[in-house]
Design a protein. Structure first.
Length: 589
């Protein structure tokens, strides 16, 4: 790959069509395939915009969810292929798309260096040959998809269960597997054995005669141990992990899967130390399984390692690639401020560009019961508070993707729904809680918001395709790193910033992203201790002490690391000393 960064999945709607905007320039990006209704509406919008015939796939048709996903991905592949063909056929003229393709590349790219040589090359037949060589070396950015593995709702039709193959995650996987994409599926949010086993049914996940994989698997992970467990499970089925995408537990956007105090630096160090050993162990399992299935494989396939979450400067990007021998980094939240790339409506975009650190916080807003990075000024939070004031907390549940609670009903319902919150509050009133405890639990219940609608609204608003009476409240889930970016940027500016061609944060005081994550974990620990204030079990005390110990060991690791890397080491060591002092004064009693 010529580029050394990718754009991760951003909510449901924010990156749903990002490949249409960046793939032709060689930049890979990820879209969510959770919401087939959003996908169908995006296909309709872009079909009309690109003069394609749009034939709707209705919910009454068999396997509609999977077919909607396949059809949209095939549509993207076709349109992006045409975009790339047009781009490659342009002349090398300053300011056009062909030249832009090369200008966006990092200076370290051999392709960019070849382009720079060609610019200075004397005119004549040889220059044309040089230009054709450059054209032939160009590659599209990958059109990758994301599936939250455990978001796998069972589906019913006329009160009848439609079967295991039609659960949300399996149907989404089938939609991707049956598409004509040559791309990757990113599996996130934990292990789902049923989903992982289902992948064996699709030929594209296995090597062709040359050993190449048409469909690749990427695991998004937060630590080495879970990465190895999941990779072994898949390798034993003849399924290869083409990339481990390591994400910060807390310094990221969307759902936050906090580790037990393990910090990103030590996690990356473990991958660096053990990746070759892991590669050999996985290949042994993988090749043995393929032999049993009748596949012959001679060469070990490649395995990439990348990292994402909170990276904010070119120096951090370069450091990660070089020090930990990584293949790429992921840049997500900053692209929310790039209208050319993502779908943020005008009102939310203005709020984001003027936000401060206090506007980004870890919340309990997700119906999945997982901590969720939230934005304090989002319109969906205002709507939530307004509904509580009217005595009608909760949301109408129309899409039902996050239905996972059977506390009061036989079929699962969503904890953000009006139905669940009404039933839960009623049950709280029937218990003998103090007024203070009732209010605490009431706040926990009513903090949940409808992400199914909220994470799509911004795209509908941006493209002006809202349906009558459709909820327009916007949920958005940037990482805390976005607080340091305070403007609206062009695509070229953001890519230039990533590669150090310009500095968008030149006048901004910002901690090193390792130290920012450390502070987030210390805050997380303090809040967790407060939650246990009246009910400290021995098990919880042991877990919290283990958490604190991991943070302490992480600080020792960073002391050694920053002393080794002399640039700005003194200021970073001072920040670490402050963190250490705060941690030492946390008493777990």
């Amino acid at each position: 790959m010529s580029h050394t960064f990718h754009i991760p999945v951003l909510g449901l709607g924010y990156s749903i069509d990002t490949p249409l905007k960046v793939s032709r320039y060689g930049i890979s990006s990820v879209l969510s395939i959770v919401d087939d209704e959003l996908i169908e509406r995006m296909r309709e919008y872009h079909s009309k915009k690109n003069f394609f015939q749009f034939i709707p796939i209705t919910k009454s048709e068999p396997d509609y969810r999977s077919r909607r996903i396949t059809t949209y991905l095939n549509f993207l592949n076709t349109v992006i292929g045409e975009q790339f063909k047009i781009l490659k056929n342009q002349d090398f003229v300053e300011g056009n798309d062909l030249s832009r393709y090369f200008e966006l590349l990092p200076e370290t790219s051999k392709l960019k260096q070849g382009y720079d040589l060609m610019i200075d090359y004397p005119d004549g037949p040889s220059k044309k040959t040089f230009q054709n060589l450059l054209r032939n070396a160009m590659k599209l950015g990958s059109i990758d998809v994301n599936i939250m593995a455990k978001v796998d709702k069972m589906n019913y039709q006329n009160e009848e269960y439609t079967g295991d193959l039609n659960t949300d995650a399996l149907a989404a996987l089938r939609g991707f597997a049956e598409s004509n994409l040559n791309a990757s599926v990113i599996l996130s949010a934990g292990m789902n054995p049923k989903l992982y086993s289902y992948m064996e049914n699709f030929r594209d996940f296995f090597p062709d005669k040359t050993g190449k994989l048409k469909k690749k698997i990427i695991l998004k992970v937060s630590d080495f141990r879970s990465a190895l467990i999941q990779a072994k499970f898949l390798a034993k089925k003849g399924l290869w992990i083409s990339e481990f995408r390591i994400e910060s537990g807390l310094n990221c956007g969307g759902h936050a899967f906090a580790t037990e105090g393990s910090l990103l630096g030590p996690i990356l160090q473990e991958f660096k130390a053990k990746k070759n050993e892991m590669l050999l162990e996985l290949f042994e399992m993988y090749s043995a399984s393929l032999n049993q299935k009748g596949f012959k494989i001679e060469n070990r396939p490649k395995q990439r390692i990348s990292v994402q979450g909170g990276i904010g400067t070119a120096a951090e990007h370069d450091f990660l690639l070089k020090y930990y021998n990584l293949d790429a980094t992921g840049w997500g939240s900053p692209f929310l401020l790039v209208p050319e790339v993502t779908n943020v409506d005008a009102e939310t975009l203005n709020l984001l560009s003027n936000a401060t650190e206090n506007d980004f916080y870890l919340s309990g807003a997700s119906p999945l019961g997982i901590q969720f990075n939230n934005f304090r000024n989002s319109s969906i939070d205002f709507q939530r508070i307004e509904r509580i004031a009217k005595g009608r907390p909760g949301s109408p549940c129309t899409k039902k993707y996050l239905c996972n609670n059977t506390e009061f009903t036989e079929q699962a319902i969503c904890t953000a729904s009006r139905e669940y919150q009404h039933l839960k509050i009623k049950s709280l009133k029937e218990t003998q809680l103090t007024e203070e405890e009732f209010q605490r639990q009431y706040n926990l219940v009513t903090e949940k918001v409808c992400l199914c609608e909220g994470l799509c609204s911004s795209a509908y608003l941006k493209y002006n395709i809202n349906k009558p009476k459709e909820n327009k409240a916007v949920a958005i889930c940037p990482g805390p790193n976005l607080a340091y970016f305070s403007d609206i940027y062009s695509f070229d500016e953001m890519v230039g910033h990533i590669y150090g061609k310009i500095d968008l944060l030149e006048q901004v005081e910002r901690p090193h992203f390792f130290i920012k994550e450390l502070n987030l974990y210390i805050d997380y620990l303090q809040k967790d201790i407060k939650k246990q204030f009246q009910n400290f079990s021995d098990k919880k005390r042991k877990q919290l002490n283990g958490f604190k110990l991991q943070l302490s060991e992480g600080i020792d690791y960073y002391k050694s690391l920053f002393s080794e890397i002399t640039d700005q080491a003194s200021s970073q060591l001072k920040e670490l000393a402050i963190c250490e002092h705060i941690l030492d004064n946390i008493i777990i009693e």
